[in-house]
Ligand binder design. Structure first.
Ligand code: NCD
Ligand code: ZN
Length: 349
């Protein structure tokens, strides 16, 4: 049980089950921020070019480790990017060698750097069958890319058109529907009997689509899947605070330089690695659910991935508002930190 008082909470150290660390100067700048609070993170493979083989995942892991500060126990959990050319044997070997923890499915064109993703889902069937056989989970970006489908409906349509058929054909495949943004996805996960879980981001617990579009366009709140109506945000909060072991944190912290966000066609992604734990504590506290924070950030994720929870702990305390930097400097330029729009009274000790 977490140790709790009205202004203090000690939980097992959290993990982040969906994270973008990028490469090069950006990776150097953002990795220490995640390592400061999280013990493990599932690292997304959508580099340019993407991380598609076990060897590339191992090399990327080594590049990340070079930027983990001394004394930190942070460990990146690597993923391979699923393409129509992915070799099932390469994936199986990378899994057996302990290099990868999951495989990532991006529908081609769904989001940042997803051009090499999957268009014809039958072509990846042998990989999915191999993954089901060896117990390697599939992380799914759950949005259709059909331009005729409204962007606010793309997650719901993906469930019916893509995810249900995949899970029907490969029922033993362990699936994580990532960064869910709709009541539809929450209901789908909740109603499933086995082999399905979902991650929820920090920002989707806080913003709805008005934050992006009302009173002027706010590029720093634009991410994919795009935030939906308030009723969906409420469904996500209800799922996160429910204690249900199928919902856990994946921040989808996705740093882009301000230069790349503030364009006529700006990049999608919110950078939340720094202030996520304060933001989440505020959300859970406001919902009267601090006792459920540990399940969401530290217990449900490892359980689904068949990993032990972290032994180390983290203490959060409540007091005067804590300030985080508005931007983080990187060798590529400044990156704006997610602004929850309310004061953060919870800090990480
Ligand atoms: C992510 C990115 O920038 O890599 N962007 C985002 O809006 N979440 C990609 C992704 O996870 O969709
Ligand atoms: Zn992501």
């Amino acid at each position: 049980m977490p140790k709790q008082s009205p202004d203090s909470l000690t939980i097992r150290r959290p993990d982040d089950w969906h994270l973008h660390l990028r490469d090069g100067a950006m990776m150097a700048a953002v990795t220490p921020h995640t390592a400061a609070h999280f013990e493990r993170a599932i690292v997304m493979p959508n580099l340019v070019p993407p991380v598609v083989t076990g060897a590339q995942a191992a090399a990327y892991r080594d590049r990340i480790m070079a930027h983990v500060p001394e004394g930190s126990n942070f460990r990146p959990l690597m993923t391979c990017y699923l393409t129509e050319d992915t070799d099932p044997e390469d994936i199986a070997k990378a899994h057996a060698d302990g290099i990868i923890t999951a495989v990532k499915l991006y529908p081609a064109g769904a989001t940042t750097n997803s051009a090499s993703g999957v268009s014809d889902f039958d072509k990846v069937r042998p990989v999915l069958e191999k993954m089901a056989e060896i117990g390697l989970p599939l992380c799914v970006h759950g949005e259709v890319t059909d331009p005729s489908i409204d962007i606010f409906d793309r997650e719901a349509v993906f469930i019916d058109k893509v995810l249900k058929p995949i899970r029907k054909k490969t029922p033993d495949l362990r699936v994580i529907m990532e960064h869910v943004t709709t009541e539809n996805a929450v209901d789908y996960v909740r109603d499933s009997r086995s082999n399905l879980a979902a991650t929820i981001t920090t920002h989707h617990l806080i913003i709805n689509r008005n934050h992006i579009l009302a009173g002027g366009i706010k590029p720093h709140y634009y991410c994919l899947p795009v935030a939906k109506r308030e009723k969906h945000r409420i469904a996500l909060v209800q799922a996160a605070i429910s204690g249900d072991k199928r919902f856990f944190l994946g921040t989808d912290s996705a740093p882009h330089t301000d230069e790349n966000k503030l364009l006529p066609c700006g990049c999608a992604g919110c950078f939340t690695a720094i202030n996520t734990m304060s933001c989440l504590a505020e959300v859970f506290d406001a919902a009267g659910a601090m006792s459920k924070l540990e399940n969401f950030t530290s217990l449900a994720g490892p359980r689904y991935y068949n990993l032990p929870p972290n032994e180390a702990t983290m203490t959060l305390t409540k007091g005067d508002p804590v300030t985080y930097p508005a931007t983080v400097d990187t060798g590529d330029g400044p990156v704006t930190v997610f602004d929850p729009g309310f004061p953060l009274h919870w800090r990480v000790q």
